[in-house]
Design a protein around this ligand. Sequence first.
Ligand code: LMR
Length: 336
Amino acid sequence: MQKCSYFVLAALLCFITIIGSIPKNANAEPILIRFSHVVGEKTPKGVGAQMFKELVEERLAGKVVVEIYPRSLKFTDEQALLGLLFGDVEMAAPSFTKFRKFSRKLQVFDLPFLFESVEEVHRFQQSKAGQELLVSMEDRGIKGLTYWDNGMRVISANTPICQPADLKGLTFRIEPSYVFQKQYEMFGAIATQIPFGQLPDALRVGIVDGYENAWSNVLSRKMHFLRRNFTEVDHSYLGYMVVTSVSFWSGLPDDIRMELEEILAEVTEVVNKLAREKAQSDRKTIVDTSDVTVITLDAEEREQWRQALLPLWKEFEKQIGPELLDAAKASKSASK
Ligand code: LMR
């Protein structure tokens, strides 16, 4: 018995020595980065993922390959976040609403009317507090790499929505956000969480009456043919955190990690510029090519929504953290 364990130990040591002596990169397979997301290839995030792949495979040819899984082909965002931890994917870019199992702080992006323009969002993201958010989930194994924009969400339903009271009795698809849940329930609507990939079908079969999303997502899933009433309340910003796992990222050779970070910075600029353009051009395409009604609110009407929704800031202050909320408010007031 004793002899047998010595034999096993010796064999193990021998194996480790042989493995250890193989030069790390000799004939090494390229590193594979599987990037999962849930939207179409023509959206800002879809374009960003593709550009990331092309630049990586050009500048790190033979060293890194990128596979993209768009349109929830393999995973919903929530599955992808777990997949990062289980080694099923290496990158994802979920909207902030999808992180609630990892951090309640990111709910700061869900609060209605906290960010009323992309400029306010950027000011916050670039602040110390915004940068700290990127590393705030590392103890849970998730590492934020950068932020990508989409745009302001618009509300869409089968009946015109002008004031909060118009939501009463309607069923709304929401992203998995406690803030969004409260927001709809406080107006007497029913909020139901449905993954983005299933939203068009949920509208088609009538499981939900409405939803809110950015123009680029509406166009790419052709949802303007399913619900024709849109309301621009400008209460809510849709953006993303591009994430990886701490273990994958820290296990990369330094030169490759640095090159990936440089590429991501370059892609981020392009994505954010494109997001700004598409917020206008995709809206225009929808208006020009289909029979939709877009309600824009005047200052007084908008104020009515704002006053109704403001109590949510207080309600979520404790979960988000008062200091973080103050930092977000400071980015806001700096724009006034
Ligand atoms: C949604 O679930 O509606 C969005 O987060 C989808 C996306 O990635 O833009």
